[in-house]
Ligand binder design. Structure first.
Ligand SMILES: Cc1cc2nc3c(=O)[nH]c(=O)nc-3n(C[C@H](O)[C@H](O)[C@H](O)COP(=O)(O)OP(=O)(O)OC[C@H]3O[C@@H](n4cnc5c(N)ncnc54)[C@H](O)[C@@H]3O)c2cc1C
Length: 439
């Protein structure tokens, strides 16, 4: 195969860097692209798109490599990688930031905090800004500041013809709507984002654990769903249950005394083994939670939106599932991610992110160390998903699942038709495709 026409740093099979270059965050994804092109600028990206079309080689777009199912890579594909485009320009005059597509969250949080800003991103420092914002983006500031996509003011994108487009409320407004919730891999390669920012100083970091207390699991799920209903929007939380207990991590944009009051019903759950409610610099809170994540892992996971209260028998069913988990620790878990608050301030039709009215996301995840354990973990996730699917509505595109039935409807609900029209307008020859792309 001739690679003439590709510009940037090109890595192909046989080169020493290839093994590392083909690897995703999820080690269970094991694909062999025909080439990986690390682009320095939009021109390299345009050349890569045109090369792939001319050669008849399908392409994939990659930034932080965290897609659960590996949709940013593929066998015999050209991977267009934005990692080397990682500039951040903070504009303190108008409280905005311009971020290139290859930036990862840990670096972004650091840079912004140096200038006194928070950011409504996710919790894992190595997740890329691109996949995160293009799928919506949730984290421990979501109920206060909205989805990551809700702070987006503008993007730049290279389309299927290699043209560079400015995308905002005035230029290409339909595409701007689509990028905020359905943009990952579907319409073109986004190269730059502009976000509005909000100042921050200290926040309250909350970490609660109920270890070795099986009865806390049901109680946690029961209290959680009620607690979220009229919850102060300054607090956001991620929690979960595992075989032997439960946990919750949370940020509160206020002081610890007030946090304690808000947390009341959770603090009353018997068997609490850790109760950390601490007033810290925003960046220290971000780092404490970020340290939980490994550098890489092999896992299977997916997540669905919860719009209603679960009955006692439905909650007990979740406990039955977790009792059958392959791992005793939180490597096998059912997780919950708060929504509501500022997410509901934006009308459902304002962006492509459909499930804005959901109360929270429920996810099932399992990770393993040894390859021979993989099928056990995958089977457990599949069985758990089969039940979760029956009691939930809609899936979060950033927690994708290969076996999801009717995936367009599940990810985008009533927005599917509009997204399909925008897809035809910007990518009529379906240059940007992957196993669950918009058709
Ligand atoms: C450990 C871990 C923690 C996570 N934590 C959170 C969290 O707290 N909150 C949350 O909301 N999500 C979270 N996620 C999910 C995460 O948001 C998604 O996996 C996201 O898509 C990752 O983006 P990426 O750029 O790192 O991944 P990639 O695999 O590089 O890309 C993800 C998708 O976006 C497309 N894409 C990438 N770059 C571009 C681009 N420049 N232009 C157009 N399309 C592009 C890819 O083709 C792919 O379809 C987590 C995932 C993991 C593995």
């Amino acid at each position: 195969m001739s690679y003439t026409g590709l510009t940037g740093k090109v890595v192909v099979p046989g080169q020493p860097e290839y093994e590392q270059a083909r690897q995703e965050y999820n080690i269970a994804i094991n694909k062999y692209p025909c080439a990986i092109v690390y682009c320095f600028n939009s021109c390299d990206i345009a050349n890569a798109i045109l090369w792939s079309r001319k050669q008849g080689v399908k392409l994939r777009i990659r930034s932080g490599r965290h897609n659960y199912e590996g949709y940013s890579t593929g066998n015999r594909k050209l991977v267009i990688d934005t990692t080397l485009m990682n500039d951040i320009k903070v504009n303190t005059d108008d409280d905005t930031v311009e971020i290139q597509a290859g930036v990862r969250l840990g670096y972004l949080y650091e840079r912004l905090y140096q200038c006194g800003y928070t950011f409504p991103g996710g919790t894992c420092p190595s997740v890329g800004i691109s996949g995160l914002v293009l799928g919506g983006g949730i984290g421990l500031s979501t109920r206060y500041l909205g989805l990551t996509a809700d702070s987006l003011l503008e993007a730049e994108m290279v389309d299927a013809e290699g043209n560079q487009l400015t995308v905002n409320d005035c230029c290409n407004p339909g595409l701007f709507w689509a990028l905020r919730g359905a943009g990952g891999g579907n319409f073109g390669v986004v190269t730059r984002y502009k976000f509005r920012l909000k100042n921050v100083d200290k926040i309250t970091l909350i970490q609660l654990r109920w270890d070795n207390d099986k009865s806390a699991r049901l109680e946690f799920l029961r209290v959680w769903q009620k607690w979220l209903l009229n919850l102060d929007r300054r607090i956001s939380a991620f929690g979960g249950i595992y075989k032997l207990g439960a946990w919750m991590n949370s940020f509160f944009y206020g002081c610890p005394e007030e946090a304690r009051q808000i947390l009341g019903p959770l603090l009353e759950i018997p068997g609490i083994t850790l109760e950390n409610i601490e007033y810290v610099d925003f960046i220290d809170a971000v780092k404490t939670i970020g340290e939980i994540y490994p550098e890489r892992e092999a896992f299977k996971a997916t997540g669905r939106f919860v719009h209603r209260h679960f009955s006692q028998s439905e909650l007990v069913k979740f406990i039955d599932i977790i009792d059958k988990a392959p791992a005793n620790n939180a490597n096998s878990s059912i997780r919950v991610y708060s929504l509501g608050g500022a997410v509901r301030n934006v009308e459902v039709n304002e962006t492509a992110f459909f499930d804005r009215q959901a109360n929270y996301i429920i996810a099932i995840t399992s990770s393993w160390e040894r390859k021979k354990e993989a099928s056990l973990h995958k089977k457990w996730v599949a069985a758990g998903f089969d039940y979760i699917y029956t009691v939930t509505l809609g899936s979060y595109i950033n927690f994708p699942y290969n076996n999801l039935p009717n995936y367009e409807q599940a990810y985008y609900g009533a927005h599917v038709r509009r997204l399909q029209r925008i897809k035809k307008e910007y990518d009529p020859y379906n240059v940007f495709s992957f196993p669950q792309s918009i058709l």
